[in-house]
Design a protein around this ligand. Structure first.
Ligand code: ZN
Length: 136
């Protein structure tokens, strides 16, 4: 055992209280998947404290398929995510924290339910760079 698996990385020092909320991006392709994505959205809004986010009927931003975004409060992660795990019916769902670092939040910090999709990281890098320039 070389111990590399247990070596402390600087990336392990992020404070989870920096998470303001979670995003659930529910991806769909085709009419049946779209209907199911809308049903999951309705359940998150009615039963899990979710608030509505954007709906893309076409791929857009860093997202490679149409998707429905629902904002999940931090204190509802523990019941919302298991619900999605058990009810996603084959859909791919990206659950990511919002920490103010879009690239990290959509990549190394992200949780995929179902098959991961290829997020456009270059898009996110450009977005993050523009945001940093605005606040500089
Ligand atoms: Zn998001």
């Amino acid at each position: 055992m070389k111990g590399i698996l247990f070596r402390k990385s600087p990336m392990t020092d992020h404070d989870p209280t920096s998470i303001s909320e979670f995003h659930a991006h529910i991806y769909f392709e085709g009419a049946m998947a779209r209907d199911h994505a809308y049903a999951l959205r309705a359940a998150l809004l009615s039963d899990f404290g979710g608030t509505p986010g954007g709906i893309r009927e076409e791929p857009g931003g860093p997202h490679p398929l149409p998707d429905i975004l629902v904002h999940i409060p931090v204190d509802r992660f523990a019941d919302a995510v298991p619900y999605l795990m058990l009810n996603r019916a084959g859909l791919s769902i990206l659950v990511h924290p919002e920490t103010g670092s879009p690239v990290a939040d959509h990549t190394e910090n992200a949780l995929w339910l179902g098959a991961p999709l290829a997020i456009d990281v270059e898009f996110l890098k450009a977005f993050e760079k523009r945001a940093a320039q605005r606040t500089a």
